[in-house]
Design a protein around this ligand. Structure first.
Ligand code: PLP
Length: 363
């Protein structure tokens, strides 16, 4: 029963809404009288077609996506998109601009070197990836075909609160770890991509939202599975899609709409993040968050202990109290609490109470 469940602060795959899991459980064996599980259905049958169409239309409602954009449900993770984006949008000798605010935008930048001429126009590395640049300091290349950003750096916990305007109007964003966590003006972007496994479903589904007029110019070497035109022309059914994952994403989209949409979802996320950051900042230095306050992520909250030798004990004791996956990424150490949409307020309140108690016992 749900009483056995832990508060899971993992960065992804991550906690999903209990309501969604229970609904999936109730339909697992026999989906709505079809006599089949969604896992057993033909991806070309009318049942699955209704599932993928509803998922797309609910996502369009949530993010207010206009008909000028295609919505694609793909595989390969956001990592595959690091290659697919330059392959589809530019030629091998084209310049493209990257802002490198953490590990993920750095990986995207490096992969793009194989298929284009990316330019790292700003890096936060020397400041340990705790900042987002101020936009008027950016020196964009005049001939850059797009500007790539990572909207939320999952490992370092920096999040754009506003977006830079690219010289040529084409902004590309990795939204893997803050997708559907708040309203986004999709019309500002040429392309948005996100792995599902943080905010909207299980791993195995990657969502691409792309302006239709950008589709159809892939480089000749582009593998068929990476060609947006192939997937757009076939409504994401060119080959067998990740059917069950798409179904789960659909249940999450429905749940987000039931909650009142992304304006309401953002309010809840802001409240959770505020409670946690206040606990860190109000600890007289016992806990610290290195990220510049104005760009702190609402989704991934990295923090350290002044007495770093106690970090392993903190993580161990928290796990005993059913708060798991609080260890920071191996590249940065410390702790990280991922508090995606599906993390209940009660989970954050319990963590903060534990933090205060741990401090009282170890100060
Ligand atoms: N981009 C960001 C911001 C991420 O958090 C992740 C996390 O896994 C990735 C890209 C890579 O995604 P995937 O593992 O789905 O390839």
């Amino acid at each position: 029963s749900h009483q056995d469940r832990v508060f899971n602060f993992a960065a992804g795959p991550a906690t999903l809404p209990e309501k969604v899991l229970l609904k999936a459980q109730s339909e697992l064996y026999n989906w709505r009288g079809s006599g089949m599980s969604v896992m057993e259905m033909s991806h070309r049958g009318k049942e699955f077609l209704s599932i993928i169409q509803k998922a797309e239309s609910d996502l369009r409602t949530l993010l207010n996506i206009s008909d000028d954009y295609s919505v694609l449900f793909l595989q390969g993770g956001a990592t595959t998109q690091f290659a697919a984006i330059p392959l589809n949008l530019v030629n091998p000798n084209d310049t493209v601009d990257f802002i490198v605010t953490g590990s993920w935008s750095d990986k995207a930048f490096k992969e793009a070197q194989k298929y284009s001429k990316p330019s790292n126009i700003w890096s936060g590395k020397s400041e340990k990836y705790t900042k987002i640049p101020s936009f008027h300091d950016l020196e964009q290349n005049p001939d850059a075909k797009f500007l790539h950003i990572c909207a939320n750096e999952t490992i370092h916990g920096v999040e754009y609160k506003d977006y830079p305007i690219p010289k040529n109007g084409l902004l590309v964003a990795d939204m893997s770890s803050n997708f559907c966590s708040k309203p986004v003006d999709v019309s500002k972007f040429g392309l948005i991509y996100a792995g599902a496994q943080k905010n909207v479903g299980p791993s195995g589904v990657t969502i691409v939202i792309i302006k239709k007029d950008l589709i159809g110019n892939a480089q000749e070497i582009t593998p068929v599975m990476l060609d947006y035109k192939i997937h757009a022309d076939n409504n994401s059914l060119y080959n067998t899609p990740p059917c069950y994952g798409i179904y789960m994403c659909g249940l999450v989209f429905e749940d987000l709409l039931d909650q009142g949409g992304l304006v309401e979802v953002e309010k809840k996320n802001k409240k959770k993040a505020e409670i946690l950051y206040n606990a860190i900042d109000g600890s007289n230095g016992f806990y610290r968050c290195p990220v510049e306050k104005s760009v702190r992520s609402l989704m991934n909250v990295p923090f350290t202990l002044e007495k770093s030798e106690l970090e392993a004990e903190f993580i161990k004791e928290a796990a005993k109290e059913n708060m798991v996956q609080l260890k920071g990424h191996r590249s940065v150490g410390g702790m990280r609490a991922s508090i995606y949409n599906a993390m209940p307020l009660a989970g954050v309140e319990k963590l903060v109470a534990f933090m205060k108690d741990f401090q009282a016992r170890n100060a």
